[in-house]
Design a protein around this ligand. Structure first.
Ligand code: 9MR
Ligand code: 9MR
Length: 585
């Protein structure tokens, strides 16, 4: 996306639409009507938000014929706790007939078009999974699978150096190891075990929760039609990298594979800086244990396709667990490390000072793998405390989800299983409190803290928690709220953006993503979830137009704090969209 291309070719779709949008009934598109820009299931809830107080009525019109199919009144006004802005709700759940429609508000304008149809989020789910394919390291991405985003392989990672912080028996400083494959973490080109951890756990859990759905879920990657679900093929690409991150001499796992400093805004094949693996530590090792245990468990079912891979995972998991037992307090502290060792490493730190939650997750996965309850000995499940939402630094709930998923098979005693389920349900119930007062009628954003770096992943992970609560309680209110967060991500939010690249009418065009910036192609790589509003504005970009938490977003590639993409945000997006496809019509 060179600037010349940007100015001529990449006029955002919403501006084009606005420019040519005076249709047969003379209404212009109003960006003050906010809705899921993809669409709605015939039988599920359908909401749009109209910003402002003065308009009171709405109409739904069919695109093409212009025929009015519903007239309704907007809701009572709601006030945003973040901006003080007033909004009203249009509820058109009643319309169930498949077709293409707009919401019209007399005197204001019409919305972007949307569809009502079955499987309305199938394409979104597929594209978000395919997003991982584009992030693959060390491999050509050919036109056959990537169309105009084809590119040569970058970062072979076959000559990776042992950093001074990572020296061990048999691996001296600057010794060379082979550690290819994996996914680029985000807008940058490094590979981080901690962030791979939650990403892989989320995708593997998606497979375990809905295995039948993925049997024929084809996203057109080189491995498609190899008799293995594409979801697993994609995950295995990163798994093979992760397995190389374990020190064979003792089982500890390196924190990351990284340049000392971030590459410039260049294509991967132009990047030539040396790369290092850095310090083994407890948290990276436990995340690795959880992933390899879960992968081993799943891949036992694919032994004929990947002979020995499941066993390698199990062996790696056990070795990692033993290392962590012996080394429970080695934490990654980049600043301290840089005082002791050269070269300084200034890429993503993913520093975390508490391993309590990683122990829960790793123990849960080891238990579900081996069926040995001993793994839970001495592990505080902490069900007496509120369940924290999953993030890269907080994975306790991933352990809960797995124990709940296997509670029957493991014959978990009710004094263990019940409190786990109760904490998930309590978490979901707390989200639902005051939902009808929220300006966008979403659980996302109720709390100002939801708008942190990567807020889109907060919305997606809340959605996942609601879906687990639904699987426990079968209460449709949880599903509706989960769908509300998907609607949020696809446009029903205070920025009006659809946050998944390649989708929506008002779409993200300039993510902080080296692949999309350096490729000279106007459209960003599709299927990647933008981080979303973050009032921290740590990137100090000058193009933000608002400081309000829910609006603190700029579609500018300078904005790594609000408009980067990352694997740990895409994974819950895939989960949410695919799970909703499974559970709603
Ligand atoms: O591109 C980097 C992005 O992936 C990170 O999330 C972000 C925060 O660590 O840093 C970005 O790199 C910037 C660096 O921190 C400061 N100099 C400019 C770099 C590129 O914008
Ligand atoms: O997602 C991370 C966020 O929680 C942190 O606040 C932020 C600053 O440390 O870093 C984010 O992770 C970035 C990582 O450090 C480097 N790759 C890009 C990630 C997404 O911005």
């Amino acid at each position: 996306m060179k600037s010349i291309f940007r100015s001529f070719l990449a006029i955002p779709l919403h501006i084009l639409i606005a420019a040519f949008a005076t249709n047969s009934f003379g209404q212009n598109v109003s960006t003050d009507i906010r809705l899921n820009q993809i669409g709605f299931y015939p039988k599920a809830q359908k909401l749009a938000v109209v910003v402002g107080e003065k308009h009171l009525a709405f109409e739904i019109k069919a695109v093409g014929s212009g025929k009015s199919v519903l007239k309704g009144q907007l809701s009572e006004p709601r006030t945003s706790q973040h901006s003080g802005k007033i909004s009203r709700l249009a509820d058109f759940t009643k319309i169930t007939k498949p077709g293409k429609y707009v919401v019209e508000v007399p005197g204001l304008g019409k919305s972007y078009p949307f569809e009502i149809k079955e499987k309305v989020h199938r394409e979104v789910a597929g594209a978000a999974l395919k997003g991982f394919y584009y992030q693959r390291v060390s491999i050509d991405i050919p036109e056959k699978f990537a169309g105009k985003w084809a590119r040569p392989a970058g970062h072979p990672d076959n000559k990776v150096l042992i950093h001074a912080s990572a020296v061990s028996e048999g691996r001296a400083e600057n010794a060379v190891i082979n550690s290819p494959k994996g996914w680029y973490d985000a807008g940058d080109y490094n590979k981080y075990i901690v962030n791979s951890g939650i990403t892989m756990g989320t995708l593997l859990s998606l497979y375990e929760d809905f295995p039948a759905y993925f049997e024929d879920f084809n996203v057109d990657i080189p491995e498609s039609n190899n008799g293995v679900p594409d979801l697993l093929d994609e995950v295995i690409y990163n798994l093979r990298w992760m397995l190389t991150m374990q020190d064979p001499s003792d089982g500890g796992v390196y924190h990351k594979l990284t340049n000392p400093r971030f590459d410039g805004m260049i294509m991967p094949d132009a990047a030539k800086n040396p790369r290092y693996v850095v310090q083994k530590n407890t948290i990276a090792t436990l995340d690795f244990v959880a992933v390899t245990a879960q992968a081993g468990r799943i891949l036992k079912g694919f032994e004929n396709k990947f002979p020995g891979l499941a066993d390698s995972c199990v062996t790696a998991a056990v070795k990692g667990w033993e290392w962590a037992k012996k080394n429970p307090t080695i934490f990654y502290n980049q600043d301290e490390l840089n005082k002791k060792f050269d070269p300084d490493i200034v890429t993503g730190a993913y520093g975390d000072r508490s391993a309590a939650d990683e122990w829960v997750w790793a123990a849960a996965e080891m238990y579900a793998l081996t069926r040995k309850a001993d793994y839970l000995n001495g592990i505080a499940l902490e069900t007496d405390k509120p369940m924290p939402l999953p993030t890269w630094s907080q994975v306790r709930a991933l352990g809960y989800y797995t124990l709940i998923r296997f509670s029957d098979e493991l014959k978990l005693a009710s004094n263990i299983a019940d409190p786990l389920k109760a904490s998930v349900v309590k978490f979901a119930d707390d989200l639902l409190v005051d939902l009808p007062k929220q300006p966008y009628h979403t659980v996302m954003g109720k709390n100002a803290k939801d708008y942190a770096w990567g807020s889109s992943s907060v919305a997606a992970n809340q959605g996942i928690a609601l879906i687990y609560a639904y699987s426990i309680k079968k209460n449709q209110a949880y599903m509706q709220a989960a769908l509300g967060n998907l609607d949020y991500l696809l446009g029903r939010n205070a920025t009006g953006f659809c946050f998944l690249t390649g989708f929506g009418s008002k779409r993200v065009m300039h993510p902080h993503h080296r692949l999309s910036i350096a490729d000279e192609i106007a459209d960003p790589i599709p299927g990647l979830l933008s981080g979303g509003p973050n009032p921290g504005q740590q990137d100090k970009c000058t193009t933000y137009t608002s400081k309000f938490a829910d609006e603190s977003f700029t579609d500018d590639d300078c904005s790594y704090a609000s408009n980067e993409i990352a694997i740990n945000w895409n994974a819950p997006m895939v989960y949410l969209a695919a799970a909703i496809e499974n559970l709603l019509r």
